[in-house]
Design a protein around this ligand. Structure first.
Ligand code: TUI
Length: 310
């Protein structure tokens, strides 16, 4: 499938893998890129030199385009921003803030810049700042989220900007891809479906929770602190929400979650870990290779887009 997004990314499919903290490391990124999507390294809060090593490991495993997601709450974001230029990374996506201050350096270096936005205002600001495309991410997504739904946000962003729009949030199969295109997007970004990819290094216990998740099994913590995070419900999320309701301070809540994503991804601690995942976890049924995921996804979408209704 060719769209403005696949042409911009130079990929077979207009599909980006989410830049998930801890999850989006080089094995997954290289596998997604080799399967025709755009694999991403999620820099998250990793030390900048670790990000450089991750980039080099991807390059060893694929000659296809890939990208890095720069998480803007990271105090080291400026160092990561410089490293992606030094390493000649073709595509950068950003999350959890405005990348305006890095835009000029990236554009000058020929990096394709795709900010993740959660509102029309931010999408317009990013277009003015020189972004090549935007990811419009609905609150169905896992991790750090905005407040608008994908269904309502994507067409409003598509009306507001000329640059291509990539839809994210709640998309995990070909129906979601077809729907996103109908809403005016020219590509999709998926995170949750790739957590359970065979090539994903995520602990089997976390993968199992995603596979077993029902529609109602995620919840949003941190609504009151201004850092809403969608996770699968467990002891950790229940404790967090209880403390939040009792008026715990931001510092106390931060302390509770310190290192909790690592616990889930690396140690498979599904009790005390943060199981970040989107509402689409209910659609994820099995472990598959990235090649299987992308082939199935695009075949389903293509069939639906040529379907006639009686
Ligand atoms: O960034 C994400 N998702 C993430 S980042 C992350 S790591 C993390 N861990 C613990 C605490 C906080 C973060 C886990 N999940 N998605 C992209 C995204 N960006 N969603 C929403 C936004 C966003 C929000 C506000 C983008 C821009 C924005 O602008 C606000 C402003 O005015 O600066």
């Amino acid at each position: 499938m060719e769209t403005r997004v696949s042409r911009l990314l130079k990929t077979k499919y207009p599909v980006i893998q989410g830049g998930m903290a801890w999850v989006a490391e080089y094995h997954l990124a290289a596998a997604v890129s080799n399967a025709g999507g755009l694999g991403l390294i999620g820099a998250a809060s990793a030390p900048p030199e670790v990000v450089r090593e991750q980039i080099r490991e991807v390059k060893k495993r694929t000659d296809k385009p890939f990208g890095v997601n720069v998480m803007l709450l990271n105090p080291n974001a400026a160092d990561v921003a410089r490293i992606v230029i030094e390493e000649g990374v073709p595509v950068v996506t950003t999350g959890a803030g405005s990348p305006a201050k890095f835009m000029e350096a990236w554009k000058q270096a020929g990096v394709t810049v795709i900010p993740v936005v959660a509102s029309v205002a931010m999408a317009k600001m990013m277009e003015r700042a020189g972004a090549d495309a935007v990811v419009a991410e609905g609150m169905e997504s896992g991790g750090h989220i905005g407040a608008q739904t994908t269904m309502a946000l994507v067409p409003q962003v598509a009306d507001a900007v000329q640059i291509p729009v990539i839809a994210a949030g709640g998309i995990a199969d070909g129906r979601g891809v077809a729907a996103a295109l109908m809403l005016g997007a020219e590509g999709v970004q998926m995170g949750t479906r790739f957590i359970t990819a065979k090539e994903s290094i995520v602990h089997p216990g976390y993968k199992e929770r995603v596979i077993k998740a029902r529609d109602i099994d995620s919840e949003v913590t941190g609504m009151s602190t201004g850092h809403p995070i969608r996770v699968l419900r467990n002891q950790m999320s229940r404790e967090y929400l209880k403390m939040e309701k009792e008026g715990a301070s931001f510092e106390e809540l931060e302390h509770l979650t310190l290192g909790s994503l690592r616990k889930a991804v690396v140690d498979g601690d599904v009790v005390h870990g943060s199981l970040m995942a989107g509402q689409s976890a209910g659609l994820v049924k099995k472990e598959q290779t990235c090649e299987e995921i992308l082939t199935e996804l695009m075949q389903e979408a293509t069939e639906l887009l040529t379907k006639t209704f009686e």
